[in-house]
Design a protein. Structure first.
Length: 291
Protein backbone atom coordinates (compact mmCIF):
# COMPACT_ATOMS: atom_id res chain seq x y z
CA UNK A 1 0.00 0.00 0.00
CA UNK A 2 2.59 2.67 0.91
CA UNK A 3 4.89 1.87 -2.02
CA UNK A 4 2.07 1.77 -4.56
CA UNK A 5 0.44 4.87 -3.09
CA UNK A 6 3.59 6.97 -3.32
CA UNK A 7 4.37 5.77 -6.83
CA UNK A 8 0.85 6.66 -8.00
CA UNK A 9 1.02 10.10 -6.35
CA UNK A 10 3.99 11.01 -8.55
CA UNK A 11 1.48 11.44 -11.39
CA UNK A 12 -0.03 14.42 -9.59
CA UNK A 13 3.34 15.80 -8.48
CA UNK A 14 4.81 15.87 -11.98
CA UNK A 15 1.54 16.96 -13.62
CA UNK A 16 1.68 20.07 -11.47
CA UNK A 17 5.36 20.59 -12.33
CA UNK A 18 4.67 20.31 -16.06
CA UNK A 19 1.91 22.89 -15.75
CA UNK A 20 4.26 25.12 -13.75
CA UNK A 21 6.91 25.05 -16.50
CA UNK A 22 4.35 25.89 -19.18
CA UNK A 23 2.81 28.70 -17.12
CA UNK A 24 6.10 30.34 -16.14
CA UNK A 25 7.45 30.25 -19.70
CA UNK A 26 4.21 31.74 -21.02
CA UNK A 27 4.33 34.50 -18.41
CA UNK A 28 7.97 35.21 -19.28
CA UNK A 29 7.12 35.57 -22.96
CA UNK A 30 4.33 38.04 -22.18
CA UNK A 31 6.50 40.07 -19.81
CA UNK A 32 9.40 40.10 -22.27
CA UNK A 33 7.17 41.26 -25.13
CA UNK A 34 5.76 44.04 -22.96
CA UNK A 35 9.25 45.12 -21.90
CA UNK A 36 10.52 45.19 -25.49
CA UNK A 37 7.54 47.31 -26.50
CA UNK A 38 8.62 49.81 -23.87
CA UNK A 39 12.26 49.86 -24.93
CA UNK A 40 13.58 47.43 -22.31
CA UNK A 41 15.43 44.16 -22.90
CA UNK A 42 16.09 40.99 -20.97
CA UNK A 43 19.83 41.69 -21.03
CA UNK A 44 19.30 45.05 -19.35
CA UNK A 45 16.86 43.57 -16.81
CA UNK A 46 19.36 40.86 -15.78
CA UNK A 47 21.92 43.55 -14.97
CA UNK A 48 19.56 45.20 -12.49
CA UNK A 49 18.82 43.84 -9.01
CA UNK A 50 15.47 42.26 -8.30
CA UNK A 51 13.66 43.21 -5.10
CA UNK A 52 10.43 41.60 -3.94
CA UNK A 53 8.38 43.23 -1.16
CA UNK A 54 5.23 41.81 0.43
CA UNK A 55 2.77 44.54 1.44
CA UNK A 56 -0.76 43.90 2.59
CA UNK A 57 -0.72 40.39 1.20
CA UNK A 58 0.39 41.63 -2.23
CA UNK A 59 3.75 40.96 -3.86
CA UNK A 60 5.49 44.02 -5.30
CA UNK A 61 8.31 43.30 -7.78
CA UNK A 62 10.53 46.13 -8.98
CA UNK A 63 12.10 44.09 -11.82
CA UNK A 64 9.30 41.86 -13.16
CA UNK A 65 11.20 40.74 -16.27
CA UNK A 66 14.09 39.35 -14.26
CA UNK A 67 11.68 37.89 -11.71
CA UNK A 68 9.76 35.99 -14.41
CA UNK A 69 12.99 34.86 -16.07
CA UNK A 70 14.28 33.39 -12.83
CA UNK A 71 10.92 31.75 -12.10
CA UNK A 72 10.97 30.09 -15.53
CA UNK A 73 14.59 29.06 -15.04
CA UNK A 74 13.90 27.35 -11.72
CA UNK A 75 10.73 25.68 -13.03
CA UNK A 76 12.76 24.22 -15.90
CA UNK A 77 15.54 23.11 -13.57
CA UNK A 78 13.03 21.10 -11.54
CA UNK A 79 13.28 18.37 -14.21
CA UNK A 80 17.09 18.27 -14.32
CA UNK A 81 19.21 15.59 -12.65
CA UNK A 82 18.91 15.21 -8.88
CA UNK A 83 16.56 18.21 -8.66
CA UNK A 84 13.84 15.86 -9.93
CA UNK A 85 13.95 14.02 -6.58
CA UNK A 86 12.83 17.13 -4.74
CA UNK A 87 10.22 17.81 -7.42
CA UNK A 88 8.71 14.37 -6.88
CA UNK A 89 8.84 14.45 -3.08
CA UNK A 90 7.97 18.02 -2.17
CA UNK A 91 4.21 17.78 -2.72
CA UNK A 92 3.59 14.21 -1.56
CA UNK A 93 5.57 14.80 1.67
CA UNK A 94 2.78 17.12 2.83
CA UNK A 95 -0.33 15.94 1.01
CA UNK A 96 0.13 12.17 0.69
CA UNK A 97 2.70 10.75 3.09
CA UNK A 98 1.10 11.80 6.43
CA UNK A 99 -2.30 10.22 5.78
CA UNK A 100 -1.03 7.29 3.72
CA UNK A 101 1.46 6.16 6.35
CA UNK A 102 -0.91 6.82 9.23
CA UNK A 103 -3.35 4.42 7.57
CA UNK A 104 -0.54 1.93 6.94
CA UNK A 105 0.61 2.09 10.58
CA UNK A 106 -2.95 1.66 11.79
CA UNK A 107 -3.47 -1.30 9.46
CA UNK A 108 -0.24 -2.87 10.72
CA UNK A 109 -1.51 -2.54 14.30
CA UNK A 110 -4.96 -4.05 13.81
CA UNK A 111 -4.04 -6.80 11.34
CA UNK A 112 -3.48 -9.39 14.04
CA UNK A 113 -6.67 -8.29 15.84
CA UNK A 114 -8.71 -8.93 12.72
CA UNK A 115 -7.12 -12.34 12.24
CA UNK A 116 -7.71 -13.10 15.96
CA UNK A 117 -4.07 -14.05 16.52
CA UNK A 118 -2.97 -11.04 18.60
CA UNK A 119 -2.95 -12.86 21.96
CA UNK A 120 -1.18 -15.89 20.52
CA UNK A 121 1.60 -13.75 19.02
CA UNK A 122 2.13 -11.79 22.23
CA UNK A 123 2.27 -14.94 24.33
CA UNK A 124 4.68 -16.56 21.87
CA UNK A 125 6.95 -13.56 21.21
CA UNK A 126 6.51 -11.32 24.22
CA UNK A 127 4.96 -7.85 24.15
CA UNK A 128 8.14 -5.81 23.76
CA UNK A 129 9.59 -7.85 20.84
CA UNK A 130 6.16 -7.82 19.22
CA UNK A 131 5.93 -4.01 19.27
CA UNK A 132 9.60 -3.65 18.31
CA UNK A 133 8.99 -5.84 15.27
CA UNK A 134 6.06 -3.68 14.20
CA UNK A 135 8.16 -0.53 14.64
CA UNK A 136 11.02 -2.02 12.62
CA UNK A 137 8.64 -3.08 9.84
CA UNK A 138 7.11 0.38 9.51
CA UNK A 139 10.55 2.02 9.56
CA UNK A 140 11.99 -0.24 6.87
CA UNK A 141 8.91 -0.03 4.64
CA UNK A 142 8.89 3.77 4.97
CA UNK A 143 12.52 4.01 3.95
CA UNK A 144 12.03 1.63 1.03
CA UNK A 145 8.91 3.44 -0.21
CA UNK A 146 10.49 6.92 -0.13
CA UNK A 147 13.76 5.78 -1.72
CA UNK A 148 11.91 3.95 -4.49
CA UNK A 149 9.75 7.04 -5.09
CA UNK A 150 12.88 9.20 -5.30
CA UNK A 151 14.44 6.85 -7.84
CA UNK A 152 11.23 6.82 -9.89
CA UNK A 153 11.26 10.63 -9.86
CA UNK A 154 14.86 10.68 -11.05
CA UNK A 155 14.10 8.31 -13.92
CA UNK A 156 10.75 9.77 -14.91
CA UNK A 157 11.81 13.44 -15.13
CA UNK A 158 13.77 13.28 -18.41
CA UNK A 159 11.11 11.08 -20.01
CA UNK A 160 8.32 13.47 -19.02
CA UNK A 161 10.35 16.44 -20.23
CA UNK A 162 10.83 14.81 -23.64
CA UNK A 163 7.15 13.86 -23.91
CA UNK A 164 5.42 16.99 -22.64
CA UNK A 165 7.88 19.88 -22.57
CA UNK A 166 9.84 19.53 -25.78
CA UNK A 167 7.85 22.33 -27.42
CA UNK A 168 8.40 24.58 -24.39
CA UNK A 169 12.18 24.32 -24.40
CA UNK A 170 14.07 27.57 -23.99
CA UNK A 171 17.77 28.33 -23.70
CA UNK A 172 18.47 30.22 -20.48
CA UNK A 173 21.58 32.11 -21.55
CA UNK A 174 21.80 34.33 -18.48
CA UNK A 175 23.13 32.75 -15.29
CA UNK A 176 20.90 32.58 -12.23
CA UNK A 177 22.17 32.14 -8.70
CA UNK A 178 20.83 28.81 -7.49
CA UNK A 179 23.22 28.42 -4.57
CA UNK A 180 20.25 27.52 -2.38
CA UNK A 181 19.58 24.31 -4.29
CA UNK A 182 18.61 21.57 -1.86
CA UNK A 183 20.38 18.29 -1.28
CA UNK A 184 18.44 15.27 -2.60
CA UNK A 185 19.75 13.15 0.29
CA UNK A 186 18.19 15.62 2.71
CA UNK A 187 14.95 15.53 0.70
CA UNK A 188 14.82 11.75 1.04
CA UNK A 189 15.74 11.85 4.74
CA UNK A 190 13.06 14.43 5.52
CA UNK A 191 10.33 12.57 3.62
CA UNK A 192 11.38 9.32 5.29
CA UNK A 193 11.23 10.90 8.75
CA UNK A 194 7.71 12.18 8.03
CA UNK A 195 6.64 8.74 6.81
CA UNK A 196 8.11 6.95 9.82
CA UNK A 197 6.65 9.44 12.31
CA UNK A 198 3.11 9.21 10.92
CA UNK A 199 3.43 5.45 10.48
CA UNK A 200 4.37 5.01 14.13
CA UNK A 201 1.63 7.39 15.19
CA UNK A 202 -0.86 5.24 13.27
CA UNK A 203 0.63 2.11 14.85
CA UNK A 204 0.28 3.45 18.38
CA UNK A 205 -3.28 4.71 17.89
CA UNK A 206 -4.24 1.49 16.12
CA UNK A 207 -2.95 -0.60 19.02
CA UNK A 208 -4.97 1.51 21.45
CA UNK A 209 -8.19 1.69 19.41
CA UNK A 210 -8.02 -1.83 17.94
CA UNK A 211 -9.83 -0.36 14.93
CA UNK A 212 -8.99 1.49 11.71
CA UNK A 213 -12.29 3.20 10.92
CA UNK A 214 -12.53 5.96 13.51
CA UNK A 215 -8.77 6.77 13.71
CA UNK A 216 -8.42 6.94 9.91
CA UNK A 217 -11.54 9.07 9.50
CA UNK A 218 -10.26 11.45 12.17
CA UNK A 219 -6.80 11.59 10.58
CA UNK A 220 -8.35 12.24 7.17
CA UNK A 221 -10.38 15.13 8.57
CA UNK A 222 -7.37 16.67 10.32
CA UNK A 223 -4.92 16.23 7.47
CA UNK A 224 -7.11 16.82 4.41
CA UNK A 225 -10.28 18.71 5.34
CA UNK A 226 -9.25 21.05 8.16
CA UNK A 227 -6.74 23.03 6.04
CA UNK A 228 -9.65 24.27 3.89
CA UNK A 229 -11.34 25.78 6.96
CA UNK A 230 -8.61 28.37 7.49
CA UNK A 231 -5.59 29.98 5.87
CA UNK A 232 -3.01 27.64 7.40
CA UNK A 233 -2.34 23.93 7.16
CA UNK A 234 -2.44 22.24 10.61
CA UNK A 235 0.80 20.42 9.70
CA UNK A 236 2.58 23.73 10.29
CA UNK A 237 5.70 22.23 11.80
CA UNK A 238 6.29 20.30 8.56
CA UNK A 239 5.80 23.27 6.27
CA UNK A 240 7.92 25.50 8.46
CA UNK A 241 10.73 22.98 8.74
CA UNK A 242 10.74 22.18 5.03
CA UNK A 243 11.32 25.83 4.11
CA UNK A 244 15.03 25.06 4.42
CA UNK A 245 14.81 21.58 2.90
CA UNK A 246 12.91 21.80 -0.39
CA UNK A 247 13.41 24.24 -3.27
CA UNK A 248 9.77 24.14 -4.40
CA UNK A 249 10.94 24.56 -7.99
CA UNK A 250 8.15 22.21 -9.06
CA UNK A 251 5.52 24.83 -8.27
CA UNK A 252 4.14 23.42 -5.01
CA UNK A 253 4.80 25.89 -2.19
CA UNK A 254 2.93 25.55 1.12
CA UNK A 255 2.66 28.57 3.41
CA UNK A 256 4.37 28.13 6.79
CA UNK A 257 2.39 30.03 9.43
CA UNK A 258 5.47 30.86 11.47
CA UNK A 259 9.24 30.88 10.85
CA UNK A 260 11.28 27.97 12.17
CA UNK A 261 15.01 27.54 11.70
CA UNK A 262 15.78 24.48 9.63
CA UNK A 263 18.04 23.02 12.31
CA UNK A 264 15.41 23.55 15.01
CA UNK A 265 12.68 22.11 12.82
CA UNK A 266 14.70 18.99 12.03
CA UNK A 267 15.53 18.60 15.73
CA UNK A 268 11.86 18.89 16.68
CA UNK A 269 10.94 16.33 14.03
CA UNK A 270 13.54 13.87 15.30
CA UNK A 271 12.48 14.42 18.92
CA UNK A 272 8.83 13.87 17.97
CA UNK A 273 9.77 10.66 16.17
CA UNK A 274 11.74 9.44 19.19
CA UNK A 275 8.92 10.28 21.61
CA UNK A 276 6.35 8.39 19.53
CA UNK A 277 8.65 5.36 19.35
CA UNK A 278 9.51 5.34 23.06
CA UNK A 279 5.94 5.91 24.22
CA UNK A 280 4.47 3.23 22.00
CA UNK A 281 7.13 0.67 22.96
CA UNK A 282 6.99 1.49 26.69
CA UNK A 283 3.21 1.29 26.96
CA UNK A 284 2.81 -1.81 24.89
CA UNK A 285 5.66 -3.65 26.59
CA UNK A 286 2.86 -4.30 29.13
CA UNK A 287 0.44 -5.05 26.33
CA UNK A 288 -0.57 -8.44 27.76
CA UNK A 289 -2.71 -6.60 30.32
CA UNK A 290 -4.90 -5.24 27.52
CA UNK A 291 -5.24 -8.33 25.34
Amino acid sequence: MPIGGLAASLVFAFSGSISNVTATLSRLQITEAYALANGNSLAAAMEQPNTVVIQGGQRIVDNPLRFDYEAAYFADRAFEGPHAIGTGLEMITFLVIPLLFFIYGCATAVGDVRRRILKDRIVAQGAAPYVAGKVATITLVSMAAVILTAMLSLGAAPILRALFLQSDRRDFIYPVDDAGAGNPVVHIAFATAVAVAFGLLGLFIGLVARSMLIPCLAAGALLLLLPFAGPYDPRNILTATAEGVFNYWGGFNPRPPFPVWTELGVLLSVVSLAVVSVVSTAIWSRMSKFV
